[in-house]
Design a protein around this ligand. Structure first.
Ligand SMILES: *Cc1c(COP(=O)(O)O)cnc(C)c1O
Length: 386
Protein backbone atom coordinates (compact mmCIF):
# COMPACT_ATOMS: atom_id res chain seq x y z
CA UNK A 1 0.00 0.00 0.00
CA UNK A 2 1.19 3.50 -0.81
CA UNK A 3 1.48 5.97 2.07
CA UNK A 4 -1.37 8.46 2.55
CA UNK A 5 -0.62 11.24 0.05
CA UNK A 6 -2.85 13.79 1.78
CA UNK A 7 -0.15 14.04 4.47
CA UNK A 8 2.63 14.75 1.97
CA UNK A 9 4.02 17.99 0.59
CA UNK A 10 4.01 18.46 -3.19
CA UNK A 11 7.53 17.18 -3.92
CA UNK A 12 6.94 14.03 -1.88
CA UNK A 13 3.60 13.41 -3.58
CA UNK A 14 5.15 13.85 -7.03
CA UNK A 15 7.52 10.99 -6.25
CA UNK A 16 5.45 8.70 -4.01
CA UNK A 17 1.69 9.26 -4.42
CA UNK A 18 -0.12 6.33 -6.01
CA UNK A 19 2.99 4.21 -6.35
CA UNK A 20 4.36 1.41 -4.18
CA UNK A 21 7.02 -1.26 -4.74
CA UNK A 22 5.63 -4.13 -6.83
CA UNK A 23 4.51 -6.78 -4.31
CA UNK A 24 5.52 -9.74 -6.49
CA UNK A 25 9.13 -8.62 -7.19
CA UNK A 26 9.96 -5.61 -5.05
CA UNK A 27 10.58 -3.53 -8.18
CA UNK A 28 10.65 0.08 -6.96
CA UNK A 29 9.31 1.39 -10.27
CA UNK A 30 5.70 0.68 -11.19
CA UNK A 31 5.85 -2.10 -13.80
CA UNK A 32 4.50 -1.51 -17.30
CA UNK A 33 1.51 -3.85 -17.17
CA UNK A 34 1.40 -4.34 -20.92
CA UNK A 35 -1.65 -6.58 -20.86
CA UNK A 36 -5.17 -6.33 -22.22
CA UNK A 37 -6.77 -8.88 -19.89
CA UNK A 38 -6.37 -10.55 -16.46
CA UNK A 39 -6.86 -14.19 -15.54
CA UNK A 40 -9.79 -14.93 -13.24
CA UNK A 41 -9.58 -17.85 -10.78
CA UNK A 42 -13.25 -18.47 -11.33
CA UNK A 43 -15.99 -16.29 -12.79
CA UNK A 44 -15.87 -12.90 -11.10
CA UNK A 45 -12.90 -13.80 -8.84
CA UNK A 46 -10.14 -11.41 -9.90
CA UNK A 47 -7.60 -9.07 -8.34
CA UNK A 48 -9.45 -5.86 -9.21
CA UNK A 49 -8.66 -5.83 -12.92
CA UNK A 50 -10.64 -7.50 -15.71
CA UNK A 51 -9.84 -5.70 -18.93
CA UNK A 52 -7.42 -2.82 -19.56
CA UNK A 53 -9.93 -0.39 -21.05
CA UNK A 54 -11.74 -0.59 -17.71
CA UNK A 55 -8.62 -0.60 -15.56
CA UNK A 56 -4.88 -1.17 -15.79
CA UNK A 57 -2.49 -1.14 -12.81
CA UNK A 58 0.09 1.18 -14.43
CA UNK A 59 -2.62 3.62 -15.49
CA UNK A 60 -4.25 3.37 -12.07
CA UNK A 61 -1.00 4.28 -10.30
CA UNK A 62 -0.71 7.35 -12.52
CA UNK A 63 -4.37 8.29 -12.01
CA UNK A 64 -3.90 8.18 -8.24
CA UNK A 65 -0.67 10.15 -8.50
CA UNK A 66 -2.22 12.96 -10.57
CA UNK A 67 -5.31 13.03 -8.32
CA UNK A 68 -3.02 13.51 -5.30
CA UNK A 69 -1.09 16.34 -6.99
CA UNK A 70 -4.38 18.18 -7.58
CA UNK A 71 -5.52 17.55 -3.97
CA UNK A 72 -8.32 15.49 -5.48
CA UNK A 73 -9.78 12.07 -4.72
CA UNK A 74 -10.46 10.63 -8.16
CA UNK A 75 -8.18 10.69 -11.20
CA UNK A 76 -8.80 9.48 -14.74
CA UNK A 77 -6.30 9.34 -17.58
CA UNK A 78 -7.16 9.48 -21.27
CA UNK A 79 -5.45 9.06 -24.62
CA UNK A 80 -5.09 12.84 -24.99
CA UNK A 81 -6.13 16.10 -23.39
CA UNK A 82 -8.87 16.39 -25.99
CA UNK A 83 -10.19 12.95 -25.01
CA UNK A 84 -10.38 14.14 -21.38
CA UNK A 85 -12.33 17.27 -22.42
CA UNK A 86 -14.53 15.11 -24.66
CA UNK A 87 -15.43 13.00 -21.59
CA UNK A 88 -16.44 16.13 -19.65
CA UNK A 89 -18.81 17.31 -22.39
CA UNK A 90 -20.32 13.81 -22.59
CA UNK A 91 -21.74 14.47 -19.11
CA UNK A 92 -24.18 16.79 -20.91
CA UNK A 93 -27.35 16.20 -22.97
CA UNK A 94 -28.86 17.91 -26.01
CA UNK A 95 -30.30 21.28 -24.98
CA UNK A 96 -27.67 21.84 -22.29
CA UNK A 97 -25.50 24.94 -22.49
CA UNK A 98 -21.87 25.62 -21.68
CA UNK A 99 -20.27 28.96 -20.94
CA UNK A 100 -16.64 28.75 -22.00
CA UNK A 101 -13.84 31.26 -21.94
CA UNK A 102 -13.28 32.75 -25.40
CA UNK A 103 -9.50 32.85 -24.95
CA UNK A 104 -9.27 29.14 -25.42
CA UNK A 105 -7.03 26.32 -26.63
CA UNK A 106 -7.83 26.03 -30.35
CA UNK A 107 -8.52 22.31 -30.23
CA UNK A 108 -11.06 22.79 -27.45
CA UNK A 109 -12.86 25.43 -29.53
CA UNK A 110 -12.88 23.02 -32.46
CA UNK A 111 -14.22 20.13 -30.34
CA UNK A 112 -17.04 22.32 -29.01
CA UNK A 113 -18.07 23.99 -32.26
CA UNK A 114 -17.41 21.24 -34.81
CA UNK A 115 -18.27 18.08 -32.85
CA UNK A 116 -20.53 18.74 -29.86
CA UNK A 117 -22.57 21.65 -31.28
CA UNK A 118 -24.12 19.26 -33.78
CA UNK A 119 -25.36 17.06 -30.92
CA UNK A 120 -27.43 19.96 -29.64
CA UNK A 121 -25.13 21.32 -26.96
CA UNK A 122 -24.85 25.08 -27.06
CA UNK A 123 -21.57 26.86 -26.32
CA UNK A 124 -21.15 30.53 -25.41
CA UNK A 125 -17.62 31.91 -25.75
CA UNK A 126 -17.15 34.75 -23.32
CA UNK A 127 -14.25 36.92 -22.19
CA UNK A 128 -14.12 35.97 -18.51
CA UNK A 129 -12.85 39.24 -17.00
CA UNK A 130 -15.39 38.98 -14.20
CA UNK A 131 -18.01 36.58 -12.81
CA UNK A 132 -20.64 39.30 -13.48
CA UNK A 133 -19.89 39.17 -17.20
CA UNK A 134 -20.11 35.36 -17.24
CA UNK A 135 -23.38 35.49 -15.29
CA UNK A 136 -25.04 37.29 -18.24
CA UNK A 137 -24.71 34.09 -20.29
CA UNK A 138 -26.07 31.72 -17.64
CA UNK A 139 -29.66 30.51 -17.90
CA UNK A 140 -31.66 27.50 -16.72
CA UNK A 141 -30.01 25.30 -19.40
CA UNK A 142 -26.44 26.08 -18.32
CA UNK A 143 -24.76 22.95 -16.95
CA UNK A 144 -21.06 23.75 -17.21
CA UNK A 145 -18.65 26.65 -17.00
CA UNK A 146 -15.34 25.96 -18.77
CA UNK A 147 -12.30 27.93 -17.66
CA UNK A 148 -8.71 27.88 -18.85
CA UNK A 149 -6.28 29.85 -16.67
CA UNK A 150 -3.74 31.08 -17.55
CA UNK A 151 -5.30 31.23 -21.00
CA UNK A 152 -3.63 30.19 -24.20
CA UNK A 153 -1.93 32.14 -25.70
CA UNK A 154 -2.77 35.50 -24.06
CA UNK A 155 -1.90 34.41 -20.50
CA UNK A 156 -5.02 36.03 -19.09
CA UNK A 157 -5.91 34.95 -15.58
CA UNK A 158 -9.48 33.99 -14.76
CA UNK A 159 -10.78 34.24 -11.20
CA UNK A 160 -11.31 30.55 -10.43
CA UNK A 161 -12.79 31.05 -6.96
CA UNK A 162 -15.16 33.68 -8.38
CA UNK A 163 -16.28 31.33 -11.16
CA UNK A 164 -16.71 28.51 -8.63
CA UNK A 165 -19.03 30.69 -6.55
CA UNK A 166 -20.99 31.58 -9.68
CA UNK A 167 -21.26 27.91 -10.69
CA UNK A 168 -22.50 26.92 -7.23
CA UNK A 169 -25.05 29.73 -7.25
CA UNK A 170 -26.47 28.49 -10.58
CA UNK A 171 -26.15 24.79 -9.80
CA UNK A 172 -23.78 24.07 -12.66
CA UNK A 173 -20.34 22.49 -12.78
CA UNK A 174 -17.04 24.31 -13.08
CA UNK A 175 -14.23 22.62 -15.02
CA UNK A 176 -10.76 24.16 -15.22
CA UNK A 177 -8.15 23.35 -17.85
CA UNK A 178 -5.06 23.55 -15.62
CA UNK A 179 -2.56 22.58 -18.33
CA UNK A 180 -0.59 25.85 -18.32
CA UNK A 181 -0.34 26.22 -14.55
CA UNK A 182 0.15 22.56 -13.56
CA UNK A 183 -0.77 21.42 -10.05
CA UNK A 184 2.59 22.80 -8.89
CA UNK A 185 1.41 26.36 -9.45
CA UNK A 186 -2.36 26.15 -9.02
CA UNK A 187 -4.97 23.75 -7.61
CA UNK A 188 -8.44 24.58 -8.99
CA UNK A 189 -10.25 22.04 -6.75
CA UNK A 190 -8.97 23.93 -3.70
CA UNK A 191 -10.45 27.10 -5.24
CA UNK A 192 -13.87 25.43 -5.57
CA UNK A 193 -13.80 23.90 -9.07
CA UNK A 194 -15.60 20.58 -9.62
CA UNK A 195 -13.19 19.15 -12.20
CA UNK A 196 -9.62 19.77 -13.29
CA UNK A 197 -8.53 18.84 -16.78
CA UNK A 198 -4.93 18.44 -17.94
CA UNK A 199 -3.24 17.96 -21.22
CA UNK A 200 -0.71 15.62 -19.60
CA UNK A 201 1.17 15.89 -22.91
CA UNK A 202 2.59 19.19 -21.65
CA UNK A 203 4.19 19.81 -18.23
CA UNK A 204 3.06 16.65 -16.43
CA UNK A 205 4.71 14.40 -19.01
CA UNK A 206 7.31 17.12 -19.39
CA UNK A 207 9.54 15.46 -21.99
CA UNK A 208 7.57 15.88 -25.23
CA UNK A 209 7.31 12.12 -25.68
CA UNK A 210 3.68 11.31 -24.76
CA UNK A 211 0.20 12.52 -25.71
CA UNK A 212 -2.21 12.09 -22.78
CA UNK A 213 -5.01 13.77 -20.86
CA UNK A 214 -6.35 13.64 -17.31
CA UNK A 215 -9.34 14.62 -15.20
CA UNK A 216 -9.44 14.98 -11.43
CA UNK A 217 -12.47 15.52 -9.19
CA UNK A 218 -13.54 15.13 -5.58
CA UNK A 219 -17.20 14.20 -5.86
CA UNK A 220 -17.85 10.46 -5.94
CA UNK A 221 -21.05 10.65 -8.01
CA UNK A 222 -19.32 12.84 -10.59
CA UNK A 223 -16.31 10.51 -10.65
CA UNK A 224 -18.57 7.51 -11.27
CA UNK A 225 -20.17 9.26 -14.26
CA UNK A 226 -16.74 10.10 -15.65
CA UNK A 227 -15.42 6.55 -15.13
CA UNK A 228 -18.52 5.27 -16.92
CA UNK A 229 -17.78 7.57 -19.87
CA UNK A 230 -14.08 6.66 -19.82
CA UNK A 231 -14.89 2.95 -19.93
CA UNK A 232 -17.78 3.29 -22.41
CA UNK A 233 -16.10 5.61 -24.90
CA UNK A 234 -12.74 3.94 -24.33
CA UNK A 235 -10.31 6.79 -24.98
CA UNK A 236 -7.84 5.44 -22.42
CA UNK A 237 -4.06 5.79 -22.45
CA UNK A 238 -1.72 2.83 -22.67
CA UNK A 239 0.45 1.35 -19.91
CA UNK A 240 3.79 2.36 -21.48
CA UNK A 241 2.66 5.98 -21.74
CA UNK A 242 1.40 5.81 -18.15
CA UNK A 243 4.86 4.61 -17.07
CA UNK A 244 6.59 7.43 -18.96
CA UNK A 245 4.35 10.04 -17.35
CA UNK A 246 4.86 8.55 -13.86
CA UNK A 247 8.58 8.96 -14.52
CA UNK A 248 8.13 12.50 -15.83
CA UNK A 249 6.10 13.61 -12.81
CA UNK A 250 8.85 12.57 -10.40
CA UNK A 251 10.70 15.76 -11.40
CA UNK A 252 7.66 18.02 -11.98
CA UNK A 253 8.48 20.27 -9.01
CA UNK A 254 12.15 20.61 -10.03
CA UNK A 255 11.28 21.36 -13.63
CA UNK A 256 8.59 23.86 -12.68
CA UNK A 257 10.99 25.77 -10.41
CA UNK A 258 13.37 26.20 -13.34
CA UNK A 259 10.57 26.99 -15.82
CA UNK A 260 9.47 29.79 -13.48
CA UNK A 261 13.02 31.14 -12.98
CA UNK A 262 13.75 31.11 -16.70
CA UNK A 263 10.33 32.58 -17.44
CA UNK A 264 11.06 35.51 -15.12
CA UNK A 265 14.47 36.15 -16.72
CA UNK A 266 13.14 36.03 -20.29
CA UNK A 267 10.04 38.14 -19.57
CA UNK A 268 12.38 40.80 -18.14
CA UNK A 269 14.65 40.65 -21.17
CA UNK A 270 11.75 40.92 -23.64
CA UNK A 271 10.15 43.79 -21.75
CA UNK A 272 13.31 45.88 -22.18
CA UNK A 273 13.88 44.97 -25.83
CA UNK A 274 13.30 47.78 -28.37
CA UNK A 275 11.71 45.46 -30.99
CA UNK A 276 9.12 44.14 -28.54
CA UNK A 277 5.79 45.85 -28.11
CA UNK A 278 4.12 43.97 -25.25
CA UNK A 279 4.94 40.97 -23.10
CA UNK A 280 2.15 38.78 -21.75
CA UNK A 281 3.37 36.97 -18.64
CA UNK A 282 1.32 37.02 -15.42
CA UNK A 283 4.42 37.60 -13.30
CA UNK A 284 4.96 41.10 -14.67
CA UNK A 285 3.63 43.72 -12.24
CA UNK A 286 1.97 45.62 -15.10
CA UNK A 287 0.11 42.50 -16.33
CA UNK A 288 -3.60 43.38 -15.96
CA UNK A 289 -4.29 40.25 -13.88
CA UNK A 290 -1.03 40.22 -11.88
CA UNK A 291 -2.74 40.74 -8.51
CA UNK A 292 -5.31 38.02 -9.22
CA UNK A 293 -2.54 35.69 -10.41
CA UNK A 294 -0.75 36.21 -7.08
CA UNK A 295 -3.86 35.11 -5.19
CA UNK A 296 -4.44 31.83 -7.03
CA UNK A 297 -1.00 30.84 -8.35
CA UNK A 298 2.21 30.11 -6.43
CA UNK A 299 4.46 31.40 -9.21
CA UNK A 300 3.98 32.29 -12.87
CA UNK A 301 5.43 29.51 -15.00
CA UNK A 302 7.32 29.40 -18.25
CA UNK A 303 4.58 30.24 -20.75
CA UNK A 304 4.53 33.71 -22.24
CA UNK A 305 3.59 35.59 -25.39
CA UNK A 306 4.80 38.85 -26.86
CA UNK A 307 4.00 41.12 -29.78
CA UNK A 308 6.43 43.04 -31.95
CA UNK A 309 6.49 46.78 -32.55
CA UNK A 310 6.42 45.87 -36.24
CA UNK A 311 3.00 44.19 -36.08
CA UNK A 312 2.91 41.99 -39.15
CA UNK A 313 3.23 38.39 -40.18
CA UNK A 314 6.65 38.78 -41.88
CA UNK A 315 8.31 40.25 -38.78
CA UNK A 316 6.96 37.42 -36.63
CA UNK A 317 8.03 34.79 -39.18
CA UNK A 318 11.58 36.16 -39.16
CA UNK A 319 11.85 35.77 -35.39
CA UNK A 320 10.44 32.26 -35.23
CA UNK A 321 12.66 31.12 -38.10
CA UNK A 322 15.88 32.73 -36.79
CA UNK A 323 15.97 31.16 -33.33
CA UNK A 324 18.44 28.30 -32.88
CA UNK A 325 17.91 26.92 -29.37
CA UNK A 326 14.16 27.53 -29.31
CA UNK A 327 12.50 25.05 -31.67
CA UNK A 328 9.60 26.07 -33.88
CA UNK A 329 6.89 23.63 -32.83
CA UNK A 330 3.39 23.28 -31.49
CA UNK A 331 2.93 22.03 -27.94
CA UNK A 332 4.58 23.25 -24.73
CA UNK A 333 5.72 22.23 -21.31
CA UNK A 334 8.71 20.07 -22.23
CA UNK A 335 12.24 20.52 -20.91
CA UNK A 336 13.29 22.08 -24.24
CA UNK A 337 12.23 25.61 -25.18
CA UNK A 338 9.70 26.00 -27.97
CA UNK A 339 8.57 28.98 -30.00
CA UNK A 340 5.26 29.21 -31.82
CA UNK A 341 3.13 31.50 -33.89
CA UNK A 342 -0.42 31.07 -32.55
CA UNK A 343 -2.23 32.78 -35.44
CA UNK A 344 -0.90 30.27 -37.96
CA UNK A 345 -0.31 27.26 -35.69
CA UNK A 346 -2.31 26.46 -32.53
CA UNK A 347 -5.07 28.97 -33.30
CA UNK A 348 -5.33 28.50 -37.05
CA UNK A 349 -8.71 26.78 -36.58
CA UNK A 350 -10.16 29.96 -35.01
CA UNK A 351 -11.39 32.52 -37.60
CA UNK A 352 -9.11 35.62 -37.89
CA UNK A 353 -11.77 38.10 -36.74
CA UNK A 354 -12.56 35.89 -33.74
CA UNK A 355 -8.90 35.40 -32.73
CA UNK A 356 -7.96 39.08 -33.13
CA UNK A 357 -10.74 40.01 -30.72
CA UNK A 358 -8.88 38.04 -28.05
CA UNK A 359 -5.47 39.51 -28.93
CA UNK A 360 -4.07 36.80 -31.21
CA UNK A 361 -2.70 39.28 -33.75
CA UNK A 362 -0.28 38.45 -36.57
CA UNK A 363 2.88 39.47 -34.68
CA UNK A 364 2.02 37.51 -31.54
CA UNK A 365 4.74 35.00 -30.67
CA UNK A 366 4.37 32.39 -27.94
CA UNK A 367 7.21 30.89 -25.93
CA UNK A 368 7.28 27.73 -23.90
CA UNK A 369 10.41 28.48 -21.92
CA UNK A 370 12.26 25.27 -21.13
CA UNK A 371 14.77 24.40 -18.42
CA UNK A 372 17.98 25.15 -20.35
CA UNK A 373 20.44 27.84 -19.24
CA UNK A 374 18.62 31.18 -19.09
CA UNK A 375 21.61 33.07 -20.51
CA UNK A 376 21.72 30.84 -23.58
CA UNK A 377 18.00 31.29 -24.14
CA UNK A 378 18.25 35.08 -23.84
CA UNK A 379 21.21 35.19 -26.23
CA UNK A 380 19.19 33.14 -28.74
CA UNK A 381 16.22 35.51 -28.56
CA UNK A 382 18.52 38.53 -28.75
CA UNK A 383 20.06 37.36 -32.05
CA UNK A 384 16.63 36.43 -33.45
CA UNK A 385 15.15 39.83 -32.57
CA UNK A 386 18.36 41.63 -33.58
C1 LIG B 1 -2.47 20.85 -25.61
C2 LIG B 1 -3.62 21.42 -24.87
C3 LIG B 1 -4.87 20.78 -24.88
C4 LIG B 1 -5.12 19.52 -25.66
O1 LIG B 1 -4.40 18.44 -25.17
P1 LIG B 1 -3.86 17.23 -26.10
O2 LIG B 1 -3.09 16.40 -25.13
O3 LIG B 1 -3.04 17.84 -27.19
O4 LIG B 1 -5.05 16.54 -26.64
C5 LIG B 1 -5.88 21.35 -24.14
N1 LIG B 1 -5.69 22.50 -23.45
C6 LIG B 1 -4.52 23.14 -23.43
C7 LIG B 1 -4.37 24.40 -22.65
C8 LIG B 1 -3.45 22.63 -24.15
O5 LIG B 1 -2.27 23.28 -24.14
Amino acid sequence: MATDPTKMKFATKAIHAGVAPDPSTGAIMTPVFQTSTYVQEKVGAHKGFEYSRTGNPTRQALEQNIAALENGTYGLCFGSGMAATDAVIKLLSPGDEVVSTSDLYGGTYRLYTKIFAKYGIKFHFVGMESPEKVAEYINEHTKLIWVESPTNPMLNIIDIAGMAALARQHNCLLAVDNTFATPYLQNPLDLGADMVMHSVTKYLGGHSDVVMGALVCNDQALAEKLYFIQNSSGAVCGPMDSFLVLRGIKTLHLRMQRHCENGRAIAGFLQDHPAVNRVYWPGIASHPNHELAKTQMRDFGGMMSFTLKEDNLEAAMQVVERVKIFSLAESLGGVESLIGHPASMTHASIPKAEREKTGVVDSLIRLSVGVEDAGDLIADLAQALG
